[in-house]
Design a protein. Sequence first.
Length: 161
Amino acid sequence: MRSKVRLSVIPAAIFIIGTAMSLSANAAPNDACSLLTQAQIKSVLNLTVSTGTATPDKKACSWSVSNPVPKGVRFFTVTLESTNSFQGGKFASVAIQGVTVTSASGVGEDAYYLTASAFVFLHVKKGAVAFRISLYAGTDITIEKTEDMEKTLALQIASEL
């Protein structure tokens, strides 16, 4: 009798552990600084960046360029956002004059660029996770180049989600 109980407990334990592991593997990230490494950012920006600095809630992380040039890239930010914020951003061009929203294909399940003047923000949603990438640069970096760099980094994040 004891052996039957033990045999039934083992599959149950394996099921519970496996379920817990799959849930934690698919859990939404809660630390924006954990989404990219300095090396990943350097490989795309071709610039050395500082260690990421998180906000107190860890929902945003910024990396500063170590030796910025006046009109070049200054810093880079990743922000975790709610899926409601992601959806709301799609309508910013209707609500705010001078803001454009354009689709960004090939990254996550849904993505768009929100552009205001020379600032470009890439918003990405994959599953229950949404995040925004912002590259803050001077006039030497075109909007198209900013979009390309943001997308490359977003693809790296999305591939790990």
